[in-house]
Design a protein around this ligand. Sequence first.
Ligand SMILES: *Cc1c(COP(=O)(O)O)cnc(C)c1O
Length: 388
Amino acid sequence: MEFQTKTIHIGQEPDPSTGAVITPIYQTSIFSFDDIGKPKGYEYSRAGNPTRQALEECLASLEKAEHCLTFSSGVNAASAILSLLRPGDHIIATEDLYGGTYRLFEEIYNRQNITVTYVSGDEPENFEKAITDKTKLIWLETPTNPLLKLIDIEAVAQISKWHNILLCLDNTFSTPYFQTPLTLGADVVLHSTTKYINGHSDVIGGAVLTNDEEIFEQIKHYQYIVGGIVSPFDAWLTLRGLKTLAIRMDRHETNAIKVAEFLKEHKIVEEVFYPGLSDNPQYSLAKKQMTGFGGVVSFKIKGGQDEASSFFRNLNLLQLALSLGGVESLACYPTTMTHGTIPSDKKEKLGVTDNLIRLSVGIEHINDILEDLDNALLKSKSSLSFKH
Ligand SMILES: *Cc1c(COP(=O)(O)O)cnc(C)c1O
């Protein structure tokens, strides 16, 4: 079955008791037993729920995974993966990591003596150089946030396999429509389903996917004990959003390419970050490991915080908001928003400067998006010329 067909049908056969074509919201915490020790298939919704299961089966088929578990948030799913570690264990992560994952490492797991070394993903050898005899996990994000740098997944997977280290990849930005890390050697895939997977900015959720039976059983057991499950209603909304993932991603991408090309030519723009620009140094790596470039475009506006601030104030269609991956276009200011908790010297080193703007390009008509961007950029220029 092709991807588009799977999003609509896998795990979502008509309900056997009523014929309901759409998977019902099983808004129940408990299920009756036939007899002592004989449940009908479900017992208690922390352990399992049919709406959640439908979502998990569908996501697993899309990521080419045997197993999937869904959670109440992306960071909750990340935390479940980290439960595989023990005090003293060491993690190697990409330095331009999602801010919430960084916080999870530094503010929660550090207390349990789980330490993290952050490396630049430019050269796969950087991961190898950081390995110690305590290293248990390599944590990748590609494309990275907010500068959309790519990491060669197969090259890092070779290193992790050689050293018997788990490789986890946060695939939130690409979705399985554009990148399937398990087929490139990753052991575990993480999603914030809050973003493109649900796609409508009305749910917080997360997912863990793997082909490794033992990892699956351990994380499932962790979830059974700790909870953090996605609710039946949120699972249902996510299933509904998922049905249009492929056509949404196609449109996000065509719009993002046009936005990136437009910004590149704009006189108020200093630099554009998007792996789908043919002069991007990682364009060929993008072509190798992805089937599309995604919908996030970052750029540096000429000037600093004042000009960025003026740009945001002059947007009409695009909203200044956190997050990404919804049908609506958003603009965000990484240095104080997504990366607000990262120390300033680190941000500087990463290139998260005070003129950096991240766009989540939505699926509105491209003319309206470009017009709004152009207008806000030109108005920020008048503040620029006024100042100097
Ligand atoms: C949003 C996000 C997360 C965290 O997910 P939540 O659903 O907000 O908990 C993790 N990784 C990436 C790349 C994200 O964009």
